[in-house]
Design a protein around this ligand. Structure first.
Ligand code: LLP
Length: 421
């Protein structure tokens, strides 16, 4: 459920008309709903009621300071994967003890930054990384709390580019080697082992892969405890999928996911962490664009928008589907017409959808991409020297620009000219 609904014939974000935002900030832009962000975060938090837990929002999905502050205010922790994300979390007021550091290639500088600034735990992904973290912690005269990310060799049944839990993926250590790796970790004075971490992929639309992975984590917990390790925390990653179409898709609900966690791991008495990104932010955001031209090709109509692949890369990169709807509500019974929906960037990959059935739209009309809140703005670029598009946050009847559109001068002046030129 989200808070982008038609009202009196026009699309609204909560109590604000999308067209009013467009008139003030121009197109294209991203708009997020505070109520949807809040609702989605709470669904996870409540799904884990009765177990000690922390929901660590995977801020890679959408990391604007205003979004982070909104979630931090609800008690969210943060899952970060770079020094930049760590700095963003701290800047948004998230205390170090609510930040977990994930990622397959943490540098020594990033480790230092987090150890000095405060960290809940590092999710360590390899033995070389473990050695480096141990050395950095000793050098700083501290002890780094860690989990080890295990790779359970489970098929997440999602797009190949976002599956992470199979043995051929670069993530984690093979679960079969976990006991040896934990035994080694226990000998390192700069590290304190506190738990186990797993994350098998993103946009999972079934619970079964989670069940397989979590059962393996449960067995490993018992084996490691028998080996004498204190396993008190389980980080179960993110990955729960969202409906990208309004029609037939119905991925499992956070409540069902929470129930599965209780069923598979509840008996262990561990503190549970989860790292949802997409489900918190995905359906809490739209990308709003304007139709520049409707162009007739030989056998098709092209809808040329002012938004492009540099603003929303998901269709070009993962063949992802986003529902695209007109901002003016079509009259009931309006006949749909097929369009190839494209952006102005100079490559054919800049195509959002082919033969997409939509109510007829004309030059100048606004259209909105649904489910664009996660992995939208954060993956955008200035390709073709197109400015990063603004982000707007709505709260009931108010809205605010939370990242302005840069001017051409601002973009150009980031370049510097070497003295020989
Ligand atoms: N934790 C870890 C360690 C992760 O690698 C990820 C996502 C998450 C949590 C959050 O997963 P989520 O709940 O959002 O599924 N750009 C792609 C998605 C990449 C996901 C990467 N890792 C897309 O647009 O579909």
């Amino acid at each position: 459920m989200d808070h982008f609904l038609y009202r009196d014939g026009a699309l609204y974000a909560e109590d604000v008309a999308i067209a009013d935002i467009a008139a003030e900030v121009g197109t294209p832009f991203y708009v997020y709903s505070t109520a949807t962000l809040t609702r989605h975060f709470r669904l996870f938090d409540e799904a884990l009621d009765g177990m000690p837990h922390l929901v660590c929002y995977a801020m890679k999905a959408a990391s604007n300071q205003a979004i982070l502050k909104t979630l931090a205010g609800l008690g969210a922790g943060m899952d970060v994967v770079s020094g930049g994300e760590y700095a963003r979390a701290i800047a948004a007021g998230v205390p170090g003890e609510r930040i977990v550091f994930s990622g397959v290639g943490k540098t020594r500088d990033e480790m230092r930054q987090a150890l000095i600034g405060g960290i809940r735990q590092f999710n360590v992904e390899s033995e070389p990384e473990m050695a480096a973290l141990n050395a950095v912690a000793l050098e700083l005269g501290t002890v780094a709390p860690i989990t080890v990310r295990v790779n359970p060799d489970v098929d997440a049944k999602t797009h190949a580019k976002i599956a992470t839990g199979k043995s051929e993926n670069k993530f984690g250590i093979p679960i079969a080697r976990a006991r040896d790796v934990y035994a080694h970790a226990a000998t390192l004075k700069g590290l304190k082992v506190i738990g186990i971490d797993v994350h098998i992929g993103s946009q999972l639309t079934e619970l079964e892969p989670f069940r397989l992975a979590y059962e393996k984590v449960g067995e490993l917990t018992e084996a490691l405890r028998a080996d004498g390790h204190e396993i008190t925390r389980l980080d179960l990653g993110g990955g729960l999928g969202i409906p990208y179409t309004r029609s037939n898709e119905a991925p499992p609900l956070p409540t069902e996911y929470g129930a599965l966690i209780k069923e598979t791991l509840g008996h262990l008495g561990c503190e549970i962490e989860i790292e949802p990104g997409r489900l918190v932010a995905g359906n809490a955001g739209l990308m709003v664009t304007k139709v520049i031209y409707v162009k007739s090709g030989e056998d098709r109509q092209f809808l040329i928008l002012d938004g492009a692949m540099n603003d929303l890369i998901r269709p070009a990169m993962y063949e992802a589907h986003h529902d695209i709807v007109p901002v003016i509500e079509p009259a009931p019974g309006t006949e749909q017409t097929p369009y190839d929906i494209v952006g102005p960037v100079c490559e054919s990959g800049d195509t959002f959808a082919k033969g997409r059935l939509m109510p007829p739209v004309s030059e100048g009309d606004l259209v909105a991409f649904r489910s664009a809140g996660a992995y939208g703005a954060v993956m955008s670029s200035e390709y073709n020297t197109r400015p990063l598009i603004p982000e707007v946050l709505v709260h009931e009847h108010q809205f605010a620009v939370i990242r302005p559109r840069p001017t051409f001068d601002e973009m150009i002046n980031r370049d510097t000219i070497p003295e020989w030129l």
